[in-house]
Design a protein around this ligand. Structure first.
Ligand code: SF4
Ligand SMILES: [Zn+2]
Ligand SMILES: [Zn+2]
Length: 312
């Protein structure tokens, strides 16, 4: 099979676009998909400072690389969760990328170490507060990522969520009719109030398989193993189901998620009203000052509980 663009020998087939590309044209295709996402969802401009959450996996490292190649000012933010060998290997991948590509392109890597800053690794913290590891992890990562963006005056926070992630999340939200989540699920979440940075997902037009291929084609080393805590996560089941549908009928994932975004766009006027209502409910956390709807934000509650468990 030949490349759809330049007619030389193709290296990768993209059934959902009825296309095949050679290595060079595939890289251009990926960059073009991200550029289209940034433009159509008004994510950021060339003067904005972007903070990219990097985990050492293919999606986040591909995202950092693409943004730098497209000429954006993008720095990395890595959270060392303290999960034994997994964290060591993922940290190595992030450092290696930063040393060879990030820093030479003028970028900076920020690192937050949970064992040092929160006092214990993520598994130990979760046990202390009697909560599932992933929910403890989510609270800490969201809080520290937003804090780093606000304190260091970044204009926008970017994450490596891809089409598979977003379609699986949408399926979960639809199956459980989580209407609140459905209203807020999109590739751009504006900075709601002072203290909450704008959040974007520039990879929502690309699949997991395409991002893995992009890393291979562009010599980006990444950690292949999933976090050991992810075993049995419901999202993995939703991804499997969507992959079966995609194999039978290429394009299903994109019709599902992009179709949802199209409908959401039409509803935008009313959802903006809702965002304003949500903002009215926000006020500063009594402990740290970050906006929250409760008296104390979920991060401060979690840390207060961990301290009580240690001292009591
Ligand atoms: S799988 Fe759970 S513990 Fe691991 S990084 Fe994801 S949220 Fe954190
Ligand atoms: Zn080509
Ligand atoms: Zn707080």
């Amino acid at each position: 099979m030949n490349c759809t663009k330049c007619k030389t020998k193709a290296a990768i087939k993209i059934p959902r676009h009825h296309a095949a590309f050679c290595r060079g044209c595939f890289t251009n295709f990926v960059h073009d998909q991200v550029a289209r996402a940034i433009k159509s969802e008004t994510m950021f401009g060339k003067d904005d400072r972007i903070l990219v959450a990097v985990s050492g996996g293919k999606d986040s490292l591909a995202l950092w690389n693409i943004l730098l190649k497209l000429g954006y000012k993008a720095d990395g933010f890595y959270v060392d969760l303290g999960i034994g060998g997994y964290s060591e290997r993922s940290h190595t991948m992030v450092r290696q990328f930063a040393d060879t590509i990030g820093v030479p392109s003028g970028a900076v890597l920020h690192t937050h170490t949970v064992e040092r800053e929160e006092g214990a690794g993520i598994k130990e913290l979760a046990q202390l507060v009697h909560r599932p590891t992933c929910s403890t992890c989510g609270t800490i990562k969201r809080y520290q990522f937003n804090r780093a963006a606000v304190v260091q005056e970044y204009d926008v926070m970017a994450t490596g969520h891809n089409l598979d992630d977003e379609a699986a999340r949408l399926l979960g939200n639809v199956l459980h009719w989580q209407e609140d989540y459905l209203d807020k699920q999109g590739p751009t979440l504006p900075a709601s109030v002072d203290g909450f940075a704008k959040k974007v997902k520039p990879l929502y037009r690309l699949s997991e398989r395409e991002l893995a291929a992009y890393c291979v084609v562009n010599n980006i080393q990444y950690i292949v193993d999933e976090c050991p805590m992810a075993q049995g996560a419901r999202t993995l089941l939703y991804k499997e189901v969507l992959n079966r549908l995609e194999t039978e009928s290429p394009g299903t994932k994109q019709y599902f998620y992009w179709g949802f975004l199209e409908k959401q766009r039409k509803k935008r006027a009313s959802s903006e009203g809702m965002l304003e209502r949500d903002q009215a409910l926000l006020h500063p956390c009594s402990a740290c000052g970050q906006p929250t709807t409760a008296e104390m934000c979920s991060y401060c509650k979690l840390m207060a509980r961990a301290k009580r468990e240690v001292s009591g």
